[in-house]
Design a protein around this ligand. Structure first.
Ligand code: NAP
Length: 464
């Protein structure tokens, strides 16, 4: 069979991108934008809906962040792009099949689960990973049936990153405001019945090391119904070294000092930021969370990093609801190497390796949180995707291939059809999108999401 250069009109490059969150879309975009490259990209997702964490991670009252979807829609309109939703890797297609049907496979599956705290009582009823609460209020079909006991006046959030801020804001913000967003209907109903008036966020290090972005805290501080309470003594102590801080942390600390100085306004709800505080045990009663035991920390410098060190001074805080917001963690995919400790697919600059420090696997790549760990904002994934695509293109430079029937859209479609997989295309998704927007309009919200795969397939006139 005649061979042609890979990526030419005679022999287009065929790429499978797994996961349709920002990392997946940016990877497709960079590939499809390359001049002189003839590429066919199939973007897979296990859900019928695209956009990953933009749909299920970004808070419903942060619609501006979701405007990145407009860019993704433009990518989806580019020649050579296909979306294959409702296809689960490992169940509907294996890694080996992907490698057989595509020239290159890029995993962009994000970090799906939470990091553990490793304290006693972590799994008591009422102790939740923040990641599942976020997925729940955003209408994720796999998390919609979770239950959260919000009949408590105080909720505790462990961690002071941006996710902790999102969770705190959603718990405290007025229901009227939340009701106008695309929050899942069932979540809004439960939040309407919530008794939570105080959220305590526990930061294991000091105010100078807080992980949240200043803007995220500001978004809470500006809510009329919420006071942000910061311990002035803790902030004053941290301010002694303010000039040694990087500009971003310096500005953040100065903002915390301003909040501490202003003090509470007497608003009906509050966010209390407690720094230098580590949970050491979640105390239960009848299998349910009743309180959290907290150890006061001091700061020590170790290996150039400021670390928390327990002082042996303990207190107890009563609560029935704890959200552990200490970061995300990747989950392994069948047949794909996985670094358990780091929660990532081992790789060198995006080229997947057979274990940490192992051999590079041919034609398999990683992008986004599953490549580098759960850090950075949505846009960080663009740079990350560009870096991996650079390796992908370097790997095909000068290579030719024949027009193998196996490596065709028809072959993958036939395989999925044979297995009875109900593939949802981008056009299908646009129908669901229009239905969600129309349903939202009737309710005075931005969007009313479908929250089960069955209801989505039914709306498309398909059998689940
Ligand atoms: P994160 O920024 O890494 O914050 C994790 C927090 O958990 C930190 O305060 C960390 O403290 C703490 N922590 C870690 N292990 C702990 C332990 N064993 N005990 C107590 N505390 C512990 O993670 P994230 O909040 O999940 O956010 C993930 C990424 O998504 C971040 O890059 C974030 O910026 C991004 N994000 C952005 C937005 C937005 O832009 N609006 C919204 C959500 C998420 P240490 O600092 O001491 O490690």
């Amino acid at each position: 069979m005649a061979e042609h250069p890979l990526g030419s009109a005679e022999r287009p490059l065929r790429v499978a991108v797994i996961g349709s969150g920002p990392a997946g879309f940016y990877t497709c975009d960079d590939l499809l934008k390359k001049k002189d490259l003839n590429v066919q990209v199939d973007l897979f997702d296990r859900l019928p809906t695209p956009y990953g964490l933009v749909r299920f991670g970004v808070a419903p009252d942060h619609q501006k962040i979701k405007s990145v979807i407009k860019q993704f829609e433009r990518t989806a309109g580019m020649h050579g792009f296909r979306f294959l939703g409702n296809v689960t890797m490992g169940r509907d297609l294996t890694h080996d099949e992907l490698v057989a049907h595509y020239d290159q496979v890029a995993y962009c599956v994000g970090a799906e689960t939470d990091r553990r705290l490793w304290v006693d009582g972590e799994d008591l009823d009422g102790s939740h990973p923040a990641t599942t609460f976020v997925a729940w209020y955003n209408g994720h079909p796999e998390h919609r049936d979770l239950q959260f006991d919000l009949q408590t006046e105080r909720a505790v959030v462990v961690g002071v990153g941006d996710v902790a801020m999102d969770v705190s804001r959603v718990l405290l913000r007025s229901r009227e405001e939340l009701g106008k967003t695309d929050i899942a209907g069932y979540a809004l109903e439960q939040l309407k019945r919530s008794n939570v008036t105080e959220v305590v966020c526990l930061g294991r290090r000091g105010p100078a090391q807080a992980a949240f972005a200043q803007k995220e805290l500001k978004d809470i501080a500006k809510l009329e119904e919420v006071d942000v309470i910061v311990d002035k003594a803790q902030v004053d102590e941290a301010m002694k070294t303010v000039d040694e801080l990087e500009p971003m942390f310096k500005r953040k600390l100065e903002y915390l000092a301003k909040l501490a100085e202003e003090g509470p306004t007497g608003a009906p709800k509050r966010l209390r930021l407690e720094f230098l505080a580590s949970p050491t045990e979640i105390i239960g009663n009848d299998g349910k969370v009743a309180a959290v035991k907290i150890e006061r920390n001091a700061l020590v410098e170790e290996g150039g990093r400021v670390r928390p060190k327990g002082t042996g001074d303990f207190t107890t805080l009563e609560t029935r609801c704890i959200f552990r917001s200490v970061g995300y963690h990747g989950v392994p995919l069948e047949g794909v190497p996985f670094d358990k400790k780091g929660g990532v697919i081992p790789n060198v600059d995006g080229r997947v390796t057979d274990g940490s420090g192992g051999e590079v696997l041919k034609n398999v790549y990683a992008v986004g949180w599953i490549k580098r760990g759960p850090t950075g904002v949505i846009g960080t994934n663009k740079t990350d995707a560009v870096a991996t695509v650079k390796q992908m293109l370097a790997d095909i430079a000068g290579k030719s291939a024949a027009n193998d029937q196996k490596k065709s859209a028809q072959a993958i479609d036939a395989l999925l059809a044979e297995r009875g997989v109900n593939v949802v295309t981008f056009e299908d998704w646009k129908k669901l999108d229009a239905l969600e927007l129309a349903a939202g309009e009737k309710l005075g919200k931005i969007r009313d999401k479908f929250t089960t795969v069955e209801s989505m397939l039914e709306a498309l006139g398909r059998k689940a």
